[in-house]
Design a protein around this ligand. Structure first.
Ligand SMILES: Cc1ncc(COP(=O)(O)O)c(C=O)c1O
Length: 410
């Protein structure tokens, strides 16, 4: 890594207060807030507090913030501003697209065995409520892109109307070959809806190049923005034929109280419902600015370099298995490992309690997952590896096993 670049990451690191105490490696669940993000949110809250939330300066600021949010999101995703809707989170974005696309009983919906609940539950509800058939493509960490594409090729047939997938899977930590899957799906007339919970702020996204129909992202994970806000890209020529499922005035082109109503069909804002939180938009703008200034390609290179460093370091620990993808094209900044026979939730709790390392467990893979972002460094990975060596040597004390059993979710 070039010296100037190393300095930039070291400087960036100083902006995240949580890192003064913890090796925070869980942005795949929720990223830490930085000083600029908190300052932006604070400024907006103070403006609302002292000027009133619908005063002229606050309304003007809201307009500017909303426009800037669309502009930066579009820039990050290589979309146009009028293809970006503001949502509550990734799952809401996926729901908007899945439930807005027409489905008839017997139509096929394809998804994968590595989806988060935010992708697979909307698919199952499409079966429950609309009589769609759901088929799952198996995705395993050892699969290279060739094997994955072969399985999609077999699964997507002429009855397939929709493909729902994560571009980066949260459980197996893999980057999937999105562009080729979209090509395949479109050739057979299917809509592709992407769960981008693990991608925004992590991997370069290019919705125009991939041709995807809809792509949902959050603010609060790799972008390190606040929670309660996400963004949804809908390809311009698909906006009109995806119906909004929750509607507000933004979904009306015109209406009156004599029964006249003309639906808004063409504007992506029809998917937005009523009042949205401006402090969270302001925080997301600051998070996007940080990410875009850091460099999208530079970030992607750095997180994979950290992952490779972790692989090399953890590979030397006898009694630890690496459980993430090994194929170069599938690698990301998510790193997975396990100590066979040790509950990953207990190990996660041990790392937190004994080592000030914040990670998460992934039940499906019986693994611990480290989300390695650009604000992390090699010293934190070494420290985590030493804690894991200690756990192998001495075992995980019963108190952590009990704490894991009591923990709320993973
Ligand atoms: C792949 C994936 N999809 C969806 C979600 C849920 O994200 P959100 O809270 O933004 O809906 C997560 C969260 O971990 C995830 O990893």
């Amino acid at each position: 890594m070039a010296e100037g670049q190393a300095d930039r990451w070291a400087l960036l690191r100083t902006q995240y207060p949580v890192l003064r105490r913890y090796a925070y490696m869980n942005c795949g669940w929720s990223g830490p807030l930085s000083d600029p993000v908190v300052d932006a949110m604070r400024r907006r809250v103070e403006l609302e507090t002292w000027e009133g939330p619908v005063s002229k300066p606050a309304m003007e600021d809201k307009q500017v913030t909303t426009a800037r949010l669309r502009e930066l999101t579009a820039r990050m995703m290589n979309a146009d501003v009028d293809e970006i809707a503001i949502t509550g989170n990734t799952t809401e974005g996926v729901n908007i697209a899945v439930n807005g696309v027409e489905l008839q009983p017997g139509d096929r919906v394809i998804t994968t065995t590595a989806e988060h609940g935010g992708g697979i539950i909307p698919a199952y509800w499409a079966r429950e409520r609309r009589g769609a058939e759901v088929a799952l493509v198996s995705v395993e960490p050892d699969d290279g892109h060739g094997a994955i594409l072969e399985r999609f090729d077999q699964a997507i047939d002429d009855r397939t109307k929709m493909v729902i997938l994560s571009e980066i899977t949260y459980s197996s930590a893999q980057l999937l070959p999105l562009r080729q899957i979209v090509e395949m799906a479109h050739a057979r007339g299917a809509t592709v809806i992407v769960d981008g919970a693990q991608t925004a702020g992590h991997v370069p996204i290019d919705v125009h190049a991939t041709g995807v129909d809809a792509y949902a992202i959050p603010s609060h994970k790799w972008l390190c923005g606040p929670d309660g806000i996400g963004m949804l890209y809908v390809r311009r020529d698909r906006i009109a034929d995806i119906d909004p499922v929750k509607v507000s005035m933004r979904a009306a082109a015109s209406y009156d109280f004599d029964g006249h109503f003309e639906p808004q069909r063409d504007k992506v804002t029809k998917f937005e419902v009523s009042t949205m939180s401006t402090p969270t938009m302001a925080g997301t703008v600051a998070a996007l600015e940080t990410y875009l200034e850091s460099g999208v390609e530079e970030t992607w290179d750095r997180v994979r370099a950290l992952c490779r460093y972790a692989e090399a370091r953890f590979d030397r620990i006898a009694g630890v298995d690496l459980t993430g993808p090994r194929a170069e094209e599938s690698r990301t900044g998510l790193f997975l490992f396990k100590i066979p026979g040790v509950d990953p939730a207990a190990l996660t709790s041990y790392l937190h309690g004994e080592g000030d390392v914040i990670a998460r467990s992934v039940k499906q893979r019986e693994s611990v997952r480290l989300s390695l972002h650009v604000y992390n460094n090699e010293a934190e990975i070494d420290h985590t590896a030493e804690m894991v060596e200690r756990a192998v040597r001495e075992g995980v004390p019963a108190s952590y096993v009990e704490a894991a059993a009591r923990a709320l979710g993973e």
